[in-house]
Design a binder for this molecule. Sequence first.
Ligand SMILES: Cc1ncc(COP(=O)(O)O)c(C=O)c1O
Length: 387
Amino acid sequence: MKYDFTTIPDRSHTDSVKWDVKPGELPMWIADMDFKTAPEIIAAMKDKVNLGAFGYEWPKDDYFNAVADWYEQEHGHRPKTDWMIFTTGVVPAISSIVRRIAHIGDNVLVQEPFYNVFYNSIENNGRHVLSNDLQFDGSSYQIDWKDLEKKLALPLTTLMIFCNPHNPIGKVWTRDEVQRVADLCHKHHVTLLSDEIHGDLVREGDSYTPAFSVAGAARQSIISLVSPSKTFNVAALHAATAIVPNKNLRDMVNRGINSDEVSEPNLLAIPATIAAYGKGHEWLAQLKEQLRKNFVFVDDFIKKNIPDVKVIHGRATYLIWLDVAKITDDSTALANYIRKETGLIVSAGSVYRGNGHDFLRLNLACPMKMVQDGMHRLEKGIASFNK
Ligand SMILES: Cc1ncc(COP(=O)(O)O)c(C=O)c1O
């Protein structure tokens, strides 16, 4: 491989959230990667730092064209640059949009189990979480369409947050599913906020469907949120883009993002995003190759050595969703036990609500040797928990 996916950057004694651990602990929970980002991005950042003058900035055509080029080349759909708004992160944008689009006390529709931070964006702003629970049949999740339409039709439902692809289950929604969700939202005058931060990380099969690419009138009710953050391991860059085809809706989102002061780039946001989207294609292809190897290893390892655990197969993200229902329905207790006994830190599925209490989520975006270490600890922890 041209790029290095075997070295773990030493982030201990840095300000890393993930690596703020006790000696011997192995963090495989929060969604950032134990790979260095693409050297092309690091070079662009160094050039900027070498400039030495860091006054106020504003993204221009080269930034928005880089976003459009990336979506055209990677996903086959080119958003118009005048649909785009820069923002300092996906979660800041979600919180701002919740405040701007949904009134206090309104329902914000989600699909549990769901990325936990969304609950903060909704509940901390005095809005109500309403879930169209994903239906689990023992091996995969499906949307309950009847329930979705019933909940979208409620007069108090004004916003739906759609995780596309879905964290934590790793599911890539088909084009038909994305279109159907968008059509139903439009029919019931509900704005569809599609979080596409994991969209570049489809490991197998067809690309995901950006919500801004849906056909027909439904496009008027859509906000897509995209970012290089997960794709290139640059979460601390705090750079994201809202893509909003409808001008009125875009003006409202823009007003919120400005009033909430989450609209201004830091010194590295523009050059690093342009480098990522302009020069990151090959790095991403190699990353996905490494991720596929990691997923195959984990799948085999669990089948052979931890048969009580079931891998739920998703095509996207570097997060793996493990069904531990045969062992416990209290995944928080299990995750705490595994950490205490083996030092392995995983996410308890309960934080994602829904049926998450039966699951663990593990982050496989790390070199194979770390994946192997994690699997041996998981095996040991589960064996002694079972006793
Ligand atoms: C679905 C999803 N949205 C948003 C975020 C965080 O986005 P940001 O760091 O841009 O606020 C994450 C991080 O794990 C995520 O999984």
